[in-house]
Design a protein around this ligand. Sequence first.
Ligand SMILES: C[S@@+](CC[C@H](N)C(=O)[O-])C[C@H]1O[C@@H](n2cnc3c(N)ncnc32)[C@H](O)[C@@H]1O
Length: 325
Amino acid sequence: MLAFSVDSGLTVPQSAFFIGAEPHPALKDWNNLTGWQPLKPLADSWERAGFLREDNFPDRKWPLVMVLPGKSRDETLGWFSAARDRLEPRGVLVVSMANTAGSGRFEKELAKATGKIVSIQKHKCRIFHATEDGTWNEEIFNEWRSLGEQREVSGFTVQAGLFSCDHIDPGSQLLADHLPAHLHGHIADLGAGWGFLSDAVLKRCPKLLRLDLFEADARAMACAKKNLAGDDHEIGYHWHDITNGLPGVYDAIIMNPPFHTGQATNVDLGRAFLKSATNSLRRGGKLLLVANRQLPYEAVLETSGLAWRKITEDRVYKIIFAEKR
Ligand SMILES: C[S@@+](CC[C@H](N)C(=O)[O-])C[C@H]1O[C@@H](n2cnc3c(N)ncnc32)[C@H](O)[C@@H]1O
């Protein structure tokens, strides 16, 4: 987590809005701080720390709006626009970024739109701010706003910052191509993203009774709802942290588990997905997953007592089918 520094000459106002909100001890005395955070685990920790949270960007303005970056350029620039839209006249837009996230590049981008920027560097991070003075280049903010909006890829609604937001993921495609038509009953899609695998299940598994999508990113869930809107099956959408387990029991589970947290590789996250899936499968329940070939998920299946086999692989991905005994 990047701490916002207040030693940059800024007067800290009573209230502020925080885009990409994450709790930090330095914020603890700030009562009137409203956060927006689309990722469930971080939204939960923000609320646990006692701060206010909004599900969507509110239709309000603040004297100070703070931004922590998203994962992609378009997403972060979209957030700069969202911040600009929520600033009162003479308000201050503050961005804090790790150098490894491209802080120098983003500072230059923001300077193009705002002119004067004040910047300090500390702890391998850059914190930069600009004060709205009526001279900002609104055309640039308009362009960034559209980068952050939902868009179409291969007939699906997606949004910058989501997994596979500019192409269908080849691993997910491989799994969709090998989806057994006999999967039936109550099926769950773990880490459902904008709904590519769910769409494949709905189209290819005629004995499906109900499909539950579990996803940590609220924006991905919103896209999935649009992408699956034309289907008549019973579908549940759950903004949910899968590492906390699942609320239901399933006949089959499909997934392309994540193995990144932010920029860092995190195989434990994929392992936690497997554990939650194993705990929520009925006896005889089926698990179908795709993973990069080098990821060591077979060991987790072994220790969880699932019978598994690899049903196909290519140069990059493997598809594993497992059954709970
Ligand atoms: C590799 S992507 C797969 C997306 C989609 N199923 C597909 O195949 O295109 C993994 C997904 O897991 C989600 N995710 C990451 N951590 C999560 C967590 N703790 N709980 C729920 N979903 C999570 C990510 O937001 C991402 O959408």
